[in-house]
Design a protein around this ligand. Structure first.
Ligand code: IPE
Ligand code: IPE
Ligand code: MG
Length: 244
């Protein structure tokens, strides 16, 4: 067991017990505005940073990186910004797909993808299919994802099975198997960038016992060292899960 203040890791050669990191990638808009640029410029820079942090997480042997890219509430934004965000995955995969493939990264997605333009869906499904046998980091994008939406979908699917008589006992394990994150390890660490300290409908069930780290750094400025820093904080936390 590590003690607080003890130097745990030597920079980039660190090892971590953290298997699943989830990040609310917040602050793109404010980051761009600070430089008198459009909010969309912040989103583009943010997507470039997804590549950087995914490569870093892969190198650090983290098993899963779940990134909140678009929430079920983000539809409330101006149409122009929503349109840009809907097409950004295509730009991202066209630029970085080959590199992610070379690094052995496996792409996954959670959320209702059916609302994305057909081309975005096609590029994303292709990325998922092309990388399905990779054994490196699972890079899981939460797209048009909402924790409440996920829970309601699970409840409906369970109700349907009960009606059909194919399911009778519903416990935590069964319920979890109906969530979009089914099969992934529990979220150990949740990081939110850019100063806000709230969950914003991200992984409501899954965050029950995650360690939470909030940083003032904007997502486009969040670098490998910031990830390492958050992992150090994680390693120094004492996780009790209700015990002693
Ligand atoms: C996060 O950055 C990206 C998305 C929600 C898509 P924001 O766009 O929320 O940036 P701020 O919080 O307005 O600065
Ligand atoms: C959460 O950020 C959603 C994503 C990062 C995709 P928001 O910027 O939408 O959250 P609020 O509105 O500040 O709660
Ligand atoms: Mg925001």
């Amino acid at each position: 067991m590590a003690h607080f203040g003890e130097p745990l890791f030597e920079g980039k050669n660190m090892e971590t017990t953290c298997r699943h990191v989830a990040i609310i990638m917040d602050g793109n808009g404010r980051w761009a505005k600070k430089q008198d640029k459009q909010r969309t410029f912040g989103h583009l820079s943010g997507s470039e940073n997804v590549r950087n942090i995914a490569l870093a997480a892969n190198k650090l042997n983290i098993k899963v990186l779940t990134l909140y890219a678009f929430s079920t509430e983000n539809w409330k934004r101006p149409m122009e910004e929503v349109d840009y965000l809907m097409k950004l995955p295509e730009v991202f995969f066209n630029r970085f797909m080959d590199e992610l493939m070379r690094e052995g990264i496996k792409i996954m997605a959670i959320g209702d993808l059916s609302k994305f333009p057909p081309n975005t869906q096609r590029v994303l499904l292709n990325a998922i299919d092309r990388t399905k046998n990779n054994s490196g980091l699972i890079l899981n994008f939460a797209m048009n994802y909402g924790g409440r939406d996920e829970i309601i979908r699970a409840v409906n699917a369970i109700a349907n099975e009960v009606r059909l008589g194919t399911l009778d006992i519903i416990d935590e394990t069964v319920f979890e198997s109906f969530l979009m994150t089914s099969g992934l390890p529990p979220v150990d660490l949740m990081i939110r960038t850019s100063g806000e300290q709230r969950i914003s409908n991200f992984l409501l069930w899954q965050l029950a016992y995650s360690e939470l780290v909030f940083t003032d750094v904007s997502w486009p400025d969040f670098k490998e060292d910031d990830l390492v820093q958050a992992l150090k904080v994680f390693e120094n936390r004492s996780r009790r899960f209700g015990g002693l």
